[in-house]
Design a protein around this ligand. Structure first.
Ligand code: AMP
Length: 609
């Protein structure tokens, strides 16, 4: 992820690094006092807001009263308040500061993106977190101020609420802000991509121009990255498809006519010079049969890849290792639309060991202990509200226990109070008094390729809608499971179906294709957007032989699952199980076209008007 410029251009790089590391020392040593202050600050500023008054907090700012009075909530609990703000109610409902815009999350509610109200000053908090990343990194990799970073960064579409507020993803908001656009020169925010290429709304032109600029400055590049691993792999895939056009542009010093955005053309032409030698080199590397190590071949001074490979993104590690010949994969930060949370203080560690130190100034954190049932069974769980006893189980930042898993609950400056983010974290250690967390998972998510997060209930509903196509043929779905297949680029959802067929009419392939499309149409807005933007490939149904799911159960039982409790897992990840399923496939079908997708928000807001 990109980092924010330092606040003042006056310090030397070393001096600035020292100050940032000192800040981390200070806030982690005094984690509890900082947290107490943060909560008091949030509650005193917002003492008059409707939401706190509604619950009777009565201006109290201490932890005990806050915890006793305020409920632990999910998005759905504040949806009516959010809708009022979206519709133009400017009274202080959640926050005393004016709501500056909505951030559209990749988390969804009833199939639509969640929208989080935010305030102007949150941009400063996000900048602060970014500004910690390179001082941390420079302790492990010196000299990063001597070259450039090739980061593929993109903006996404934005929309307006009926009340006129912008609604857009948090990174789009950040890149369009003066914090990013007008940053003073800083050797750590020296990117190969000019701002104009990042801010170009057309994703093809943006990717093309960023790749072109990255290639023509290949020797300067010391680190490469994107926000998530899937995005970086998409960029490599783009290069595989378009390297002949790109090298032609480098040879001639001209830019392809498909790039029509005048500001992008102008920005690229400031960098691009005819360079036939570089074009020859790119062509000879890209035309080799194997693309193993292509990153280190084309960008020979690269020291690491900066991408998130924790959580579901870990499925991309083998592909990144292949393309980079095992360069370090660095996960620098943990953040969300609700709030930015933490940084990785040991960035060169293995991806499986990454832990994030939550920065105590960002928000007020609480932790709900997670009690897992044995991992072998899998059942559909709906998010439920907490009973009184569970509400009391929440602990503060400095009171979490090593090895224990927790769900993250935050109270933010922008007006979320005891809000369940939906992430499960495990305590891996401590930096001074501040805990460091492994990211375990997003609660209930079973399938994810990019920013999509499909849970069991959504999958179940989608499958139920699809199987209606089989009824006229006397066929019934007896069992199913799913798999996020990332061996294809882009990755795609695979559903394994076992059928029982009473009738004798064979089912034509087009019917299964309709099933694929119906599932896609039934999945949420984020899934469908990713499909339309080719971040996810067409969904596949694989029909397996009768008896396959019995074999699957036998296998699980041989591994120790209880016969009484066994339920078919609705998603599989374990390689031997995927192999077992694949070995019994009798036919496969793909979704024939993209599902329909509308701009985030339009549907939910048209419903409330
Ligand atoms: P969004 O609200 O769309 O910005 O998505 C935020 C979510 O992305 C978080 O709540 C996490 O589930 C996930 N996420 C963000 N950073 C990381 C990370 N470093 N590792 C794993 N998952 C992450």
């Amino acid at each position: 992820m990109p980092e924010a410029p330092k606040e003042s251009g006056e310090y030397s790089v070393a001096e600035n690094n020292r100050k940032k590391l000192e800040f981390i020392e200070d806030v982690t040593k005094n984690a509890d006092e900082v947290q107490k202050r943060v909560l008091a600050e949030i509650l005193s500023r917002n003492a008059g807001v409707e939401y706190l008054k509604r619950h009777g907090l009565n201006g109290h700012t201490d932890r005990e009263t806050f915890k006793k009075i305020m409920p632990v909530i999910t998005y759905e609990d504040i949806l009516p308040d959010i809708n009022r703000i979206a519709n133009g109610d400017k009274s202080p409902i959640l926050c005393s500061e004016p709501i500056s815009e909505f951030l559209t999350s990749s988390g969804t509610s009833a199939g639509e993106r969640k929208v989080m109200p935010t305030i102007e000053e949150e941009l400063e908090r996000r900048s602060l977190l970014y500004s910690l990343l390179m001082p941390v990194m420079s302790q492990f990799v010196p000299g990063l101020d001597q070259g450039k970073a090739m980061y593929f960064l993109f903006i996404k579409c934005e929309t307006k609420t009926p009340g006129g507020l912008l609604a857009r993803p948090v990174l789009t908001s950040y890149y369009k802000s003066s914090h990013f656009k007008d940053r003073p020169f800083d050797p750590y925010t020296n990117y190969t991509s000019p701002n104009e290429t990042i801010l170009c709304p057309d994703s093809y032109q943006s990717m093309y121009s960023q790749m072109l600029c990255g290639l023509c400055q290949n020797k300067d590049v010391l680190r490469v990255g994107a926000v998530f691993a899937s995005g970086f792999i998409r960029a490599i895939r783009f290069l595989e498809k378009h390297w002949t056009l790109l090298s032609h542009d480098i040879r001639t010093g001209t830019i392809n006519s498909l790039i029509t955005d005048p500001s992008v053309r102008e920005a690229v032409m400031r960098i691009l010079k005819p360079d036939p030698k570089l074009a020859d080199f790119i062509e000879s590397e890209c035309s080799k049969e194997s693309w193993q190590g292509i990153i280190t071949r084309l960008w020979p001074n690269t020291k690491y890849i900066d991408v998130i490979v924790t959580g579901t993104m870990s499925q991309y590690i083998p592909t990144l290792d292949y393309y980079s010949d095992g360069l370090p994969l660095v996960c620098t930060m943990y953040a969300s639309s609700e709030c930015y949370f933490g940084v990785n203080l040991n960035p060169l560690c293995k991806p499986s060991e990454v832990s994030y130190t939550l920065i105590p100034t960002m928000c007020y954190y609480e932790f709900l202990p997670v009690h897992r049932n044995n991992g072998l069974t899998n059942s559909i769980s709906m998010p439920k509200s907490l009973n009184e006893k569970e509400q009391q189980e929440l602990v503060d930042l400095v009171d979490v226990k090593l090895g224990q898993e927790y769900e993250l609950v935050v109270t933010t400056y922008a007006g979320l109070y005891r809000y369940r983010v939906g992430d499960v974290l495990r305590v891996a250690g401590f930096k001074n008094n501040a805990p460091q967390f492994n990211f375990v998972c997003r609660k209930n998510v079973v399938l994810s390729i990019d920013t999509d997060k499909t849970d069991e209930v959504e999958l179940q509903n989608a499958v139920r809608n699809a199987v209606s196509h089989l009824m006229p043929f006397g066929a019934r779905l007896t069992e199913y499971t799913s798999y996020a297949d990332t061996t294809t680029i882009p990755g795609h959802y695979v559903l394994y179906w076992e059928l029982s067929q009473m009738g004798s009419t064979p089912i034509p392939p087009s019917v299964f294709e309709d099933c694929c499309l119906t599932i896609e149409e039934s999945l949420d807005n984020v899934y469908r957007q990713n499909r339309v933007f080719e971040a996810i490939g067409p969904l596949e149904i694989k029909i397996v032989e009768t008896g396959t799911f019995d074999k699957l159960m036998d296998y699980a039982i041989s591994l120790g699952a209880s016969i009484n409790q066994y339920k078919t897992p609705r998603c599989v990840k374990f390689a031997p199980i995927v192999e077992l399923l694949n070995s019994r496939v009798v036919s496969k079908y793909f979704s024939p076209k993209c599902p329909k997708w509308t701009t985030p928000g339009l549907k939910q807001w048209s419903n409330i008007n």
